[in-house]
Design a protein around this ligand. Structure first.
Ligand SMILES: Cc1cc2nc3c(=O)[nH]c(=O)nc-3n(C[C@H](O)[C@H](O)[C@H](O)COP(=O)(O)OP(=O)(O)OC[C@H]3O[C@@H](n4cnc5c(N)ncnc54)[C@H](O)[C@@H]3O)c2cc1C
Length: 418
């Protein structure tokens, strides 16, 4: 199949870029997962076209995924050597973690700073910044992004895929990586359903610019100044994020509007920060997973939030999406070189099975963290109270309170992929 499109109307890229691309892999969505997939595909020598609904200069929403795991940095660096260093040079690593329970410290640990030139354990930067680095890398590695190009229809057959955009153009390719987010058009077009649900309640998140914010991540159980709600502050490059777990009876009007933030924020951090608010959002927790991660022809592979939605506990959203992206690229490269329909199919089924299993693992870990943060039974809350009370004499209880907020680690050692 050849990429065939009415090129004259495209604001980008140049006509000759497109016509020289034979049988590309199409990536739908230029969020962090689509951009990572494009980098991974280029590193395997495959032609790629990324189709993104938004225009290039569309403002992207706030911090969202701050935390880039070591495993994601390794993957990104395998696709574009030097990219991990760019991200970690820009991002921050906090060396201190503290946990408070009703105003009293129950855990504090300061890690030694890693030696110069050693691998960063993680990096923290706003998702907009991560995407900026990924976009630049895509340009450098020759991954073409078609901005303002919304995919509306998908036609799949055993030999390839056509996608039709809102303005009537058809792009053809060998495979599609659907990285078009939670409301994925591609997933719906190929009839893949999702299972799961949404939990009660919401969180409010506020990003604040402050280059001098202490490099310390703080989790406060039952903050006394906020009526016993949990509050977390997380540093990122150039500032920090405050996350409040609102109570089931709270409304967004009470917590998530600029006026509401003016009321509550000075109760938990210095009121001067009100002058430097960058972004306010509220979000509800979805836990849904696609029932299959590839279409029956093995031509459309779901990745990132098109395939799974988790609450952000343990930072599994974007990080597991990056793992999907690299695995999908590997599987497509294998399928394209197989020259044998059985092995071709096996490569894609392998992807779908591995990444769905990873999503189930991540979901189970998030459920464990959620059960801890929103205990439904009196004895679970009592256990936490007792752990807080005993932590000065039995430090491992404080460590438990610290670790339980993000659930167990789920990246299997052998693959290192979330
Ligand atoms: C408040 C909040 C905090 C979070 N914190 C974390 C965290 O700490 N760690 C973490 O790992 N994750 C976190 N996440 C999750 C993280 O933001 C997402 O996992 C991540 O954005 C998913 O990336 P994606 O590329 O799959 O989807 P998206 O970022 O949604 O990108 C999808 C792209 O596809 C485009 N698109 C959609 N439809 C079409 C179409 N029909 N045609 C073409 N293009 C289309 C969209 O315009 C968009 O650019 C958080 C999310 C929120 C909301």
């Amino acid at each position: 199949m050849f990429l065939s499109t009415a090129l004259g109307t495209r604001p980008n890229p140049k006509d000759e870029d497109v016509v020289t691309q034979e049988n590309p892999v199409l990536v739908v969505g230029a969020g962090p997962v689509g951009l990572s997939a494009a980098i991974a595909l280029r590193s395997l020598g495959l032609p790629v076209a990324v189709l993104e609904a938004d225009p290039e200069d569309q403002a992207r929403p706030g911090s969202r995924a701050l935390f880039v795991h070591r495993e994601s940095l390794r993957l990104l660096d395998s696709g574009a050597p030097g990219l991990a260093a760019e991200l970690t040079d820009f991002g921050v690593v906090w060396h201190t973690k503290r946990t408070l329970y009703r105003g009293r410290e129950v855990f504090a640990k300061t890690y030694p700073k890693p030696a110069a030139n050693s691998e960063a354990p993680f990096t923290s930067l706003r998702q907009v910044d991560t995407e900026r680095f990924l976009r630049k890398t895509c340009e450098q590695v020759g991954a073409i992004v078609y901005w303002g190009t919304r995919v509306e229809q998908v036609r799949v057959d055993p030999t390839g895929v056509d996608v039709v955009t809102g303005d009537g153009q058809t792009f053809s390719g060998s495979h599609v990586i659907a990285a078009d987010g939670a409301r994925s058009t591609v997933r719906r077009a190929v009839g893949i359903t999702m299972s799961g649900g949404r939990s009660e309640g919401f969180h409010t998140t506020v990003d604040i610019a402050d280059p001098d914010f202490p490099q310390e991540r703080l989790f406060h159980y039952h903050h006394p100044a906020l009526g016993g709600r949990h509050v977390m502050t997380v540093p990122f490059a150039g500032g920090f994020q405050i996350d409040v777990q609102c109570a089931p009876t709270d409304t967004e009007a009470e917590f998530s509007t600029p006026q509401a933030v003016r009321r509550w924020l000075p109760k938990v951090v210095d009121g001067r920060h009100l002058e430097n608010v960058l972004w306010i959002s509220s979000y509800r927790f979805n836990q849904v997973i696609a029932d299959r991660f590839a279409d029956p022809h093995g031509r459309v592979l779901l990745a990132g939030e098109a395939a799974h939605l988790f609450p952000p506990l343990g930072a599994r959203g974007m990080n597991s999406g990056i793992a999907d992206a690299f695995d999908a690229a590997d599987a497509i490269a294998l399928a394209r070189s197989a020259n044998n329909p059985i092995r071709e199919a096996a490569a894609i089924v392998g992807y779908a099975d591995r990444r769905r299993a990873a999503a189930l693992r991540n979901n189970a870990a998030v459920s464990q963290a959620l059960a801890h943060l929103r205990p439904q039974q009196w004895h679970a809350s009592a256990r936490q109270r007792a752990a807080a009370a005993l932590s000065p004499v039995v430090p491992r209880f404080g460590t438990w309170l610290e670790n339980a907020t993000y659930g167990p680690r789920t990246a299997p050692k052998q693959s290192g992929r979330y």
